[in-house]
Ligand binder design. Sequence first.
Ligand code: PGA
Length: 252
Amino acid sequence: MRKPVIAGNWKMYKLIGDAVSTVMALKPLVANANHCEVVVAPPFTAIKAVADRLEGSNIKVSAQDVAPEPKQGPHTGEISGDMLIDAGATRVIVGHSERRAMYFETDEVVNRKVRAALSFNLTPIFCIGETLEERDAGREEKVVAAQLAGGLAGLTANDLTRIIAAYEPVWAIGTGRTATPEQAQRMHAFVRQWISQHFDRSTAEGLRILYGGSVKPENISDLMREADIDGALVGGASLDAESFAKIVNYDR
Ligand code: PGA
């Protein structure tokens, strides 16, 4: 069975001190959460401090981005996968819609980042999802299929066992407007079907697909009841330890 993942994406929030106090508050609140993997994704500057405090705990650390390069080199401002591992991260969010929209990340760049992450043994949390305009035009499946084809190009079924996917409809991110569990389930089933067709059935069955977009303590349980929703990527509601812990400890 797929072990759920509840991941907090802190985006460009929290100075080091605040990041550390948040995880120190979070640790005891989720200490008994063996039903899922708990992940926090601080900004780059706080990864090391957070990872040091979480050593030996059940909370894993993710970065929010990684350089598309497979090794260190002259790339001013970029952070390589081995630097992230060195700082204590074991996962990395790749292709978040904010990076696609604001920093012009194409599927090709996302694909290079997924490969770079895998080459360093970092688990990519690979994000996909359509905009409101695309959904209103009935194109959500086409858009997501293109993101899957582009982002996963050239990967093997074995690579897929080392990836976590996150379906995040752009219209639900930071808007308070969550997809209904039925809407999310429909897209998650579509993603799994796509993986089954382009890789194989057992790879598709093993892939964890997280939902992201205005996940809160109030809606997590209903989302998690859906067959193909294997966890959540949580933005705003992950910034506060108590609220994030309520999501981690959802009603089962
Ligand atoms: P949100 O963000 O929970 O604040 O909507 C989710 C995300 O962007 O990963």
